[in-house]
Design a protein around this ligand. Structure first.
Ligand code: SF4
Length: 335
């Protein structure tokens, strides 16, 4: 556990002042006195240990704006993990993301602040399930969302993220594709491609809770509302939105179109994090929390960096085949 010796000294206050400027709408001043020394110590340890912190867009703002070196969606984090010269990578996200970093960097130390940070999608399918799907659809290549275990990636032809799923599907020389495990992402992609997708019944416990009536209710209260939905939402929800895209694509949309008032139909921290660089945009915040993402906290990150544990491991015989599937995804050109 983190000790209590970290003090909010004038030096700590000065060094962390630029971070507080970003966080002041989320963190009461009284809490900042406890939080700032932890942030400061994490940032000191990163330099001392040549460590890199990758943080998913669903991390809380104190992590996202306070200690992360790289932030983004799963695709961005995978690309950064593939290119880093750091000795240690701390993945602030869920377990499959840390496994992906390990597959791309088997000789580096990959840390995650809480090994229990899982994912309903990742836990909903096994390598044996994929083998059964291949028996049912002989010859069809398997496209696997990155929200899966290393064991499932290892029996996959090519991975995808919500940001590049359509490009990956279209890149394959096949009319029928096994697309796993997210049924909603699959159904949303099916509307955009002529290829036949064979789906699995997985879903994200955060995004499958949104409903079309929720979106309609928001629009009735907020005029001129731009609604953006994550493609892990049910197609009926996506149909109510003005735009559907990954978290990175949502940010790009805001940069390009400057909507006045928006609702991001996704995990709660996304709006908090994105509102910092877009103070002129009004964020309406319907959201569902991901309990797995919320297992990652500043004190746990500090403990992980100090003790260099828990380290994420991947079975040696899974690394090469899983890496092939990830590399095949990274080689697909964006459209
Ligand atoms: S938000 Fe959904 S897909 Fe992402 S980690 Fe949580 S359960 Fe998994």
């Amino acid at each position: 556990m983190t000790d209590t010796l970290l003090a909010f000294t004038p030096e700590v206050e000065r060094r962390t002042r630029p971070i507080y400027e970003k966080l002041k709408n989320f963190v009461p001043r009284v809490e900042w006195g406890l939080m700032a020394p932890i942030i400061d110590e994490i940032n000191r340890l990163k330099v001392e240990k040549n460590a890199l912190i990758l943080a998913h867009n669903y991390m809380t703002p104190d992590i996202f704006h306070g200690v992360a070196d790289i932030v983004g969606d799963s695709l961005a984090l995978a690309r950064e993990a593939a290119n880093t010269t750091a000795d240690i990578i701390v993945v602030c996200g869920v377990h499959f993301m840390a496994e992906t970093a390990k597959i791309l960097n088997p000789d580096k130390t990959i840390l995650i602040a809480d090994l229990e940070a899982g994912c309903s999608l990742s836990e909903g399918i096994t390598a044996e399930d994929v083998a059964e799907l291949r028996r049912q659809h002989p010859g069809a290549p398997v496209v696997t969302y990155v929200n899966t275990s290393a064991a499932v990636k290892a029996v996959t032809d090519v991975c995808c993220t919500s940001g590049n799923a359509l490009e990956v599907v279209e890149s394959l020389d096949a009319d029928e594709i096994i697309f796993i495990p997210d049924q909603f992402l699959g159904r949303n992609i099916q509307k955009l491609t002529k290829k036949k997708l064979h789906l699995w019944q997985g879903s994200c416990m955060v995004h499958d809770k949104f409903t079309p009536s929720e979106i309609r209710a928001l629009r009735s209260v907020h005029r001129n509302l731009t609604v953006m939905a994550h493609p892990e939402c049910p197609p009926e929800v996506v149909a109510e939105a003005d735009y559907a895209g990954s978290t990175a694509q949502m940010i790009h949309f805001i940069e390009k179109n400057h909507p006045q008032k928006i609702a991001l139909i996704t995990e709660c921290s996304m709006s908090d994090n994105v509102s910092v660089p877009f103070p002129e945009v009004e964020f309406i915040r319907p959201c569902n929390l991901c309990p797995h993402m919320k297992k990652i906290t500043l004190p746990k990150i500090l403990d992980a960096l100090r003790s260099e544990s828990p380290a994420v491991t991947v079975d040696e015989d899974l690394i090469a085949p899983a890496r092939r599937a990830i590399d095949a995804m990274l080689a697909v050109k964006p459209r």
